[in-house]
Design a binder for this molecule. Structure first.
Ligand SMILES: Nc1ncnc2c1ncn2[C@@H]1O[C@H](COP(=O)(O)OP(=O)(O)O)[C@@H](O)[C@H]1O
Ligand SMILES: [Mg+2]
Length: 277
């Protein structure tokens, strides 16, 4: 809608986890590096935690993209809705590894089939990576237990697969209670919110990727957006998107303090009324 006014090729602040907009903040890069290290070193399991909207799914997408480019070396499985019964989860992993599974397969058969397909990949020199996003949504401890048992499948010194868990901070809390699982997590990273400087860098980066030839937000506006969003990318996107809309309507040349302030107040207001519903 407002792309024409701001001379953009696309909307810069859509809330989709699209890794072509990826802003390499120090934090996002460190998270990425650690997760890829776990994969390359064929570690058993790694965990990425972060608040809702901090950028976990974007990183998961980026990891998937990188691994899918190396199809000869890696086979990836991505589970995005892990709140399913344990057998279904096993079935989904096997299915994504390219095996068809009859509907009523028993657990022992599922495990045999999984073992088989994992060994097959090892024979072909491919490492299997199972990524579970929103892993805090795994409701039952049995499911975690099942995942932990997958890590017991070993060949010689090595694991048959690497498990990457991404989730909101409750995931870390759950893990603390699952001591045996937690001990298996050789790599962990907590993705914290962006700081003021990074928020500014993030805003300008996304505008640039969307085709902006100049800075569309003033420094003061960026600082206000940082305070209003707490440095959480999803919130920054929301504020910036409607600021660009309003700014186009008012025909300003840059998003200034006044517009940013107004939009932050408006979003806060709608959140509060939303909470009362
Ligand atoms: N480093 C980043 N670069 C670009 N966009 C990001 C970054 N981190 C988060 N975002 C954006 O913020 C929004 C929320 O990120 P997401 O990965 O879905 O968060 P989470 O999975 O942690 O809840 C997405 O639209 C995403 O594009
Ligand atoms: Mg997510």
């Amino acid at each position: 809608m407002y792309e024409g006014y701001w001379k953009l090729k696309e909307k810069p602040f859509e809330n989709v986890a699209d890794s072509h907009f990826l802003y390499h903040s120090k934090k996002h890069d460190e998270a990425l590096m650690r997760m890829l290290y776990a994969v390359e070193e064929k570690k058993g399991a790694a965990m990425l935690t972060g608040e809702y909207g901090s950028g976990k799914t974007v990183l998961v997408k980026e990891i998937m993209n990188r691994l899918e480019k190396q199809v000869d070396n890696y086979r990836t499985v991505l589970i995005i809705n892990p709140a399913i019964p344990q057998l279904e989860l096993l079935g989904e992993i096997i299915y994504q590894l390219g095996r068809s599974i009859p509907v009523e397969m028993k657990k022992a058969e599922l495990l045999r089939s999984l073992n088989d397909v994992l060994h097959k990949n090892i024979e072909e020199d491919r490492h299997v990576v199972v990524i579970i996003d929103e892993a805090q949504a795994i409701g039952k401890e049995e499911v975690f237990e099942e995942l932990r048992l997958l890590l017991n499948l070993q060949m010689g010194e090595g694991f048959l697969l690497t498990l990457l868990l991404a989730g909101q901070p409750e995931l870390g809390e759950k893990m603390k209670r699952l001591r045996q699982f937690e001990q298996r997590l050789s790599i962990k990273y907590h993705l914290s919110a962006l700081n003021q400087e990074e928020t500014k860098g993030y805003i300008h980066h996304r505008c640039k990727v969307a085709g902006a030839g100049r800075e569309l937000f003033t420094d003061v506006a960026c600082n206000l957006i940082y305070t209003g969003s707490g440095g959480i990318p999803r919130e920054i996107n929301n504020i910036c998107d409607i600021s660009l809309l309003l700014g186009a309507g008012r025909k300003v040349t840059q998003i200034n303090e006044e517009i940013a302030k107004e939009m932050i107040e408006e979003l806060k207001g709608s959140k509060l009324s939303g909470a009362q519903e």
